[in-house]
Design a binder for this molecule. Sequence first.
Ligand code: ADP
Ligand code: MG
Length: 139
Amino acid sequence: MTGTITFTMIKPSAFKAGYTGNILAKIEEGGYKIKALKKVALSKEQAGHFYEMHLGKPFYEELTNFMSSGPVVAAILEKENAVEAFRKFIGATDPAKADEGTIRKLYGKNLSENAVHGSDSDESAKRESEFFFSFLEMI
Ligand code: ADP
Ligand code: MG
């Protein structure tokens, strides 16, 4: 049984470039219901906590610098089989390898600045949603 919730972020580069409206429109057109939404600027320490599973990897420093370089737009999305469906919908981590029409293909610049985040499991979706949103903001 797979869950109906996933978590996404529009990353600083895509926010700065003014893609927020287009990305949210595409997400809604894709059949995802926005359950929670906010713009927030992460400190480097907060970005480090969010991506703690990547601690020690060669790209961790670059990733946490990038994710704290400007505001992100965080959202909780609802759809059947949300996690897996949304990963397909956004495309491969590297925009150059992402399928045509996916968000990362359309709005990603490179492997680091790949426009959006998408949870990789139901467990991550819950953790990431609770990282950004209080109970009241999620109902
Ligand atoms: P995904 O976001 O597709 O789940 P990962 O969880 O593996 O990918 O990585 C988290 C984020 O770290 C990626 O979205 C990307 O922004 C960045 N990243 C991953 N691998 C690299 C890399 N080799 N070099 C630079 N940034 C990377
Ligand atoms: Mg990931």
